[in-house]
Design a protein around this ligand. Structure first.
Ligand code: SDX
Length: 428
């Protein structure tokens, strides 16, 4: 017996079926609402709207819990590694040793870019933001990899997925190299995914470069923590673009563009710049006051979240990783880390933040680690984008294979001018 929710309006009543969720709220299926009650629902920002059914990731905002295919993020961050998690997100189960070896080999052998693509980079100004380059180059992949753009062919979807997961680190590393005027460093098949990315970023042709295993492990963990996150703004952008049957590279480029915003993936860059502007703990009260001032557009970057109304579990892992990495690098007294910890402490004791359940999110500590690794702040969001590519792709594939999905086309509440006739200019 299907449970229902009853809605009455304007003398009519409709019974709406309720669909049960494994975790999280059940959902009221409103697909017949307009036909039967002649009304739309209204939910700008989709704070109470499920856009799809998904089996990939679940967030419990009250508990501060994040599950990838049912596995808690803190267990995965400690026991797994990024490419194993890519396999889990793409195919739904943790791989056997053989499956993992095969997957890692396939990714490794797709890390090179079409040689012609390097000239695409050279069309940008040297001072272009790396996200502008990444967004452009990812979109341009559809011009180089024609044999994996037919979204109706499962094999082409698979090839496009492998290509993007494999090539995003190369694209991001080359965007960085281009911005600092250094030659591109090619990927190497003898390095693991995170080490390969760091090598492409920091090696130079003139000498051997050995990746510090501490930094490789920290980078792998950062990628893991950013891999997927339910129907966030950029993932919803990828799904909406994919619903029009656009090619996979165009859909991921749309996700990159959306992620760039400082309210979303651009917050890691904005957060470190904010921490540097604060500079010393004694200036924290001034910035807390600004964050609370409704007349001041300033917000504490790296704080707050649409879903988490408790600690973002990723922020906890990231904070521990920041302590570990900076300690191992002998810079545990990093002033920016000290300001971050003091800011977190003061904010979490302040009624304004407590009342609004504002906690540090994934972006609050990530920039401190990336800064310690030697990345400029402009590279923080590209690293978020390369890490999230697997999540975008897993969600895009799920959308295409979902029989209930159709082209996304929201409606509106029109509050503009009522119908009126044209008036000639002489009569105006
Ligand atoms: C990411 O969705 C995802 O899952 C995203 C993400 C992912 O992995 O994909 O988790 C990645 O985008 C993390 C968020 C990164 N952004 C930032 O750190 C930027 C700073 N944060 C805010 O802009 C804000 O918290 C958002 C955008 C993250 C969430 O905004 P909401 O859910 O729309 O909340 P809101 O704007 O309605 O705020 C509710 C109240 C408001 O005050 P009142 O009007 O009720 O008095 O809280 C206040 C806001 O002014 N508030 C903040 C604040 N965040 C919210 N006040 C000061 N500083 C902040 N950071």
């Amino acid at each position: 017996m299907t449970e229902t929710a009853t809605l009455s309006y304007n003398g009519k009543t409709v019974e709406l079926p309720v669909r049960h969720s494994v975790h999280g709220p059940d959902v009221v299926d409103i697909r017949k609402l307009y036909a039967e009650l002649d009304v739309f629902t209204y939910d700008p920002g989709f704070t109470s709207t499920a856009s799809c059914s998904s089996t990939i990731t679940f967030i419990d905002g009250d508990k501060g819990e994040l599950l990838y295919r049912g596995y808690p993020i803190d267990q995965l961050a400690e026991k797994s590694h990024y490419l194993e998690i890519c396999y889990l997100l793409l195919y739904g189960e943790l791989p056997t040793a053989t499956q993992l070896e095969d997957f890692e080999n396939r990714i490794t052998r797709h890390t090179m870019l079409h040689e012609q693509m390097q000239y695409f980079f050279r069309g940008f100004r040297r001072d272009a933001h790396p996200m502008a380059i990444v967004c452009g180059v990812v979109g341009a992949m559809s011009a180089f990899y024609h044999d994996s753009t037919d979204i109706g062919d499962p094999w082409q979807r698979e090839v496009a997925s492998i290509r993007m997961i494999a090539k995003l680190p190369t694209i991001c590393a080359w965007a960085y190299k281009y911005s600092i005027g250094q030659p591109f460093i090619y990927p190497r098949n003898d390095l693991d995914y995170a080490s390969n990315f760091l090598h492409m970023c920091f090696a130079i042709p003139c000498e051997e470069y050995t990746v510090d295993p501490i930094l490789a492990r920290a980078m792998d963990r950062i990628m893991t923590l950013h891999a997927d996150h339910e129907q966030n703004a950029s993932t919803s952008t990828v799904r909406l673009a994919g619903s029009s049957e656009a090619n996979p590279f165009a859909c991921i480029a749309a996700g990159v563009a959306c992620l760039w915003g400082p309210a979303h993936g651009g917050a890691n860059q904005a957060c470190l710049e904010m921490l540097r502007e604060i500079g010393t703990p004694d200036r924290i009260p001034e910035f807390i006051a600004r964050a609370k001032d409704k007349d001041d557009p300033f917000r504490l970057m790296g704080f707050g979240h649409r879903v988490y109304k408790n600690f973002d579990p990723r922020a906890k892992v990231m904070k521990d990783s920041a302590d570990e990495v900076l300690g191992l690098l002998g810079i545990e007294n990093n002033p920016t880390l000290q300001v971050a910890k003091e800011l977190e402490k003061i904010a979490l004791e302040d009624e304004y933040f407590i009342a609004r359940k504002l906690y540090p999110n994934v972006d609050f500590y990530s920039g401190i680690i990336l800064d310690a690794m030697g990345f400029p702040t402009s590279m923080f969001t590209p690293i978020f984008a390369l890490s999230r590519t697997v999540g975008w792709i897993a969600q895009w594939k799920e959308m295409i294979e979902d029989k209930e999905q159709k082209i996304g086309r929201p409606r509106q509440s029109y509050i503009g001018a009522a119908r009126r006739d044209y008036t000639d200019v002489e009569a105006r």
